[in-house]
Design a protein around this ligand. Structure first.
Ligand SMILES: [Zn+2]
Length: 300
């Protein structure tokens, strides 16, 4: 664990404690609005978690929910195809490969990269091209036209190095698509405050909004083209079960609430907005554009 009070994004020393949760302070930069947990786990601690996260840890129920994963991936591929370049694709944090599979089904030449050997082996068993390794070490043989990283950035202990690596793997003009929790969404601001399920130590380390993620990407040589709301198609019973991973009490309340619904309704899939953003950026040389003015247009 290491304590870091200076903002990694803007360098400001002015941070304040917004709240505490699970023995972690949530710090907010008073100048740029970036939030992070303090103390932050080290990279080695983060990597140790992922070694077993799939077989025994908190990702196990999610990894097993193949049907839900493929629904989410199908939803994502439809959105990504609207903005992405054809050619070679890489999904960073590909997990067991459901998005890579959806991309291949859509006719793309897609491969994945994941830090979890267990997840990569599952992806390979389904015939997908998946690389096992860390973003810091991976050396692609060719540049990519499109790189996706769904729900990954918030887990990175070194987000600047992370996006710079991804930028380096894109050809000029290539597209980067991210999804991540949005600090300006209605959940942390109005509905749930610090009880928002995505305020999740020590899984989610840095917390972004449209402006801070735009700055992060611009500093790495990427121009943000669009930021919109991201939905996940989920059934209510599945969402309630997963909520227990984030917050045991809220999860139990949600399961009890879903438990009184008719089976048909509880298992029906809805596009749920959980407070995530969908970010599209391009690796284009030249001055950065300002997407903030027309951000948060409603996505699918
Ligand atoms: Zn800052």
């Amino acid at each position: 664990m290491k304590t870091r009070s200076a903002c990694i994004l803007c360098g400001s020393d002015h941070s304040r404690v917004r709240f505490e949760k699970q023995q972690r302070e949530f710090l907010e930069c008073c100048d740029c609005g970036l939030m992070w947990i303090d103390p932050l786990p080290t990279r080695a601690e983060v990597e140790a978690r992922y070694r077993t996260a799939y077989s025994s840890g908190e990702y196990a129920p999610f990894a097993q929910a193949h049907e839900m994963r493929s629904l989410i991936s199908q939803h994502r591929i439809e959105r990504v195809l609207e903005v992405a370049q054809s050619g070679r694709w890489l999904d960073v944090g590909c997990s067991t490969g459901s998005f890579v599979a959806a991309a291949v089904r859509a006719g793309c030449v897609a491969e994945g990269l994941d830090i979890s050997r267990e997840a990569v082996e599952i992806a390979r068993e389904s015939g997908l091209l998946a690389h096992h390794g860390r973003v810091e070490d991976f050396e692609p043989t060719q540049l990519y036209d499109t790189i996706t990283a769904f729900d990954v950035l918030e887990h990175s202990p070194e987000p600047q190095a992370f996006v710079k690596r991804l930028r380096g793997w894109l050809r000029p003009g290539g597209t980067l698509v991210l999804t991540l929790p949005d600090l300006r969404s209605v959940y942390p601001r109005f509905l749930m405050g610090r009880h928002w399920f995505y305020f999740w130590p020590d899984e989610h380390l840095f917390y972004w909004n449209a402006e801070t993620v735009t700055r992060l990407l611009r500093d790495a040589g990427l121009n943000v083209k669009r930021i919109s709301r991201s939905h996940k198609p989920l059934s209510l019973d599945y969402a309630a079960r997963n909520l227990e991973n984030f917050n045991a009490i809220l999860g139990r309340i949600a399961r009890a609430a879903v438990g009184v619904l008719p089976d048909k309704l509880a298992s029906r899939v809805f596009p749920l907005y959980l407070g995530e953003m969908f970010v599209v950026a391009r690796a284009v040389p030249g001055p950065a554009t300002d997407p903030i003015a027309d951000q948060m247009t409603d996505g699918a």
